[in-house]
Design a protein around this ligand. Structure first.
Ligand code: GLN
Length: 294
């Protein structure tokens, strides 16, 4: 067996994720002109998990702008997605918004102005709007299982609260965070949702965010979107991308395509093993890396 034929290991920390067969594979590519190409299980919703951190960041920047950066950094962590180690020396300021600690702070920022129910509603409206699909929903069974098993996330949130970097009650912040993680989307819906990052902040002819903000979010996805595996993902694909433990990856070829892949088997860093290989091969064949001279 060649190394890449191994499918990786499906997340098993909650039953709803453990039950997903590792034989699933889907891909959807939305081109700049709106053409959509799909293959495999591209219409089947899966748990987007940490990919929601991109949408949460977009909402928090919309709410407080660059003030967000007083509470979360913009550097790759080089540590696991759920690591607590850097929080001690860095005074409760997470390295970036795409690790769990960072996304928990992002949720807390949203709760500075909204009740949890409103923040969750805002998130749902946002993803439905950018995807152009009202059927997108949150899987409540996943959200409550996350809540029942999320001891590390509770530790992260409480630790940051001790440093004064989480303000709202920890249960409310985590309830919001877990609902974001529990968004269920298909590859097609996710690739559609990523259009605003592909097209300088525009989706379907509407401005969602400014071109500068879209560029910056892409930069963070490139440098921090795959945890301690971010450098390798950038090296292999040359694309901004964000993974989740449900096995999804949203990747962006600015000006060219928004791409979603899904294969639930994960590598040791918690990123889709076959998803990364699929993106690497797609880029090799198309030259869509952002580092390709044009
Ligand atoms: N729900 C997961 C967690 O909080 C999300 C992590 C991930 O997708 N990497 O642990």
């Amino acid at each position: 067996m060649r190394a890449h034929e191994h499918r990786g290991k499906v997340a098993d920390y909650i039953p709803a994720l453990a039950a997903v067969p590792d034989s699933k594979f889907g891909i959807a590519v939305v081109l700049h002109d709106g053409t959509v190409h799909t293959a495999g299980h591209a219409e089947e919703p899966f748990s987007i998990q940490s990919i929601s951190k991109v949408f949460a960041l977009t909402l928090a920047l919309g709410a407080v702008g660059d003030q967000l950066w007083q509470r979360v950094g913009r550097e790759p962590s080089g540590s696991a997605f759920n690591s607590i180690v850097q929080l001690e020396t860095e005074h409760g300021i997470p390295r970036n918004p795409f690790i769990n600690a960072g996304a928990i702070v992002v949720c807390d920022v949203l709760l500075g102005r909204l009740q949890p129910r409103e923040a969750i509603g805002q998130m749902l409206r946002f993803v439905r709007m950018v995807a152009g699909d009202e059927s997108i929903a949150i899987d409540e069974a996943v959200a409550s299982a996350e809540q029942d098993t999320g001891f590390r996330n509770m530790a992260l949130a409480n630790y940051m609260r001790a440093f004064g970097n989480v303000h709202a009650p920890v249960e409310l912040v985590l309830g919001t965070y877990f609902h974001f993680c529990a968004l269920a989307m298909s590859c097609r819906q996710l690739a559609m949702a990523g259009r605003y990052l592909m097209d300088g902040g525009r989706s379907d002819g509407h401005s969602v965010i400014s071109p500068r903000r879209a560029r910056r979010i892409n930069a963070l996805m490139m440098s921090c979107g795959h945890y301690d595996n971010s450098g390798d993902f950038a090296y292999r694909t040359g694309l901004p991308g964000k993974s989740g433990v449900g096995g999804g990856i949203l990747a962006v070829a600015p000006g060219i395509a928004s791409i979603a892949v899904w294969s639930p088997g994960l590598n040791p860093s918690g990123n889709s093993h076959l998803g990364q290989i699929a993106l690497e091969r797609l880029v090799q064949r198309t030259g869509w890396s952002v580092f390709e001279p044009r």
